[in-house]
Design a protein around this ligand. Structure first.
Ligand code: 4NP
Length: 154
């Protein structure tokens, strides 16, 4: 079982989008039972809140539901429970380090590190542009799955 935790600041826009896009991707490839996939926040700002409307509306275009997802915060013990802790932007990496301490097992990365063009995922919080965020997340999730395949982990 490969355990993946996607992480952003609030766990209402970007990391839930990554969680549900990646889950849909592995389901379509018949790999769902190989993964445990979840998402969490570095901040306590949005705890208990449902997924942002911008993310739910965008994912609805692809027939993906986020029903039942409410924001949760990253916990120190998540470091032992997950194999991959994947942030959306560099600021998240700092937030992750603040909670988990040192990344002694090299489990922490950014989603677009798994592509040929590492960078931050576009943040829709101020722009309202969830289309760009979706494109970045799709690219990152494909890159991550390709990485796992290339490492013979699937
Ligand atoms: P997310 O988006 O980190 O992608 O879930 C945000 C959610 C909340 C805030 C910023 C970004 N906030 O400032 O409360």
């Amino acid at each position: 079982m490969i355990k993946v935790l996607f992480i952003c600041l609030g766990n209402i826009c970007r990391s839930p989008m990554a969680e549900f896009v990646f889950r849909d991707m592995v389901q379509k490839r018949g790999l769902a039972d190989r993964f445990h996939i979840a998402s969490a926040a570095t901040s306590s700002e949005e705890l208990g809140n449902p997924v942002h409307r911008g993310t739910t509306e965008k994912l609805k275009e692809y027939g993906i539901s986020t029903k039942g997802k409410y924001a949760v915060q990253l916990k120190k013990k998540d470091y032992q429970e997950y194999d991959y802790l994947i942030g959306m932007e560099y600021r998240n990496i700092r937030g992750i380090q603040r909670i988990i301490g040192s990344d002694s097992e090299h489990k922490v990365s950014m989603l677009l590190d798994f592509t040929g063009n590492p960078r931050d995922i576009a943040d829709p919080w101020y722009t309202g542009n969830f289309d760009k965020t979706y494109d970045d997340i799709l690219e990152g999730c494909e890159g991550f799955l390709n990485y796992l395949e290339s490492q013979n982990l699937l």
